[in-house]
Design a protein around this ligand. Sequence first.
Ligand code: SF4
Length: 187
Amino acid sequence: MNCPQTDSRSGRVVFVCQCLLNANAKVCGLAKYPGILPGLVESLAEQECGLIQLPCPELIHLGPKRWWQSRSQYDTPAYRGLCSQLALDASDLAGQYLSAGYSIAGVLGVEGSPSCGVEEVYDSPAWGGRPESVDLSGCRVKGTGLFVETLKEVFADKSQNIPFVGIPSDVKEMNRRLALLFGNTTS
Ligand code: SF4
């Protein structure tokens, strides 16, 4: 790290998807905690990571009263354009940290999200038209959310080698994945 070592900083940051630190960004009806995902900040503090909160593309696109939507419904040129713009901003910031010698431990996505899922997303060709209750069985499928997909592409284009981890709602599984990310078994 080029920054003179005259203070207590760790030189390590992690990108965190918006709603992991702010449940108020989520679609109405889906928040499982009041504000910050319990245990996440404590785990990252143990790893001496600073947190960079990514913007919520769905909130910017459709606001806080948006309907639930599947990945396929979000997959439009306009939404992809927004994701690209936000991803480029994140990559520019990452570039500044990296060129100054900081390390970026990873990007923490939200498993299952049509935008921020890393390995799983909600998707179904049947969703669309007039809002109605939907049967979620079979809708959680393997895939990458549109924002995470774009972030991966933009980081790769700039040779920014940053790992992605999908954070699940289960705390034990979250801690297991964070332990893997940080190469230890404590968290
Ligand atoms: S788009 Fe991403 S940050 Fe926004 S609510 Fe969905 S998972 Fe959270």
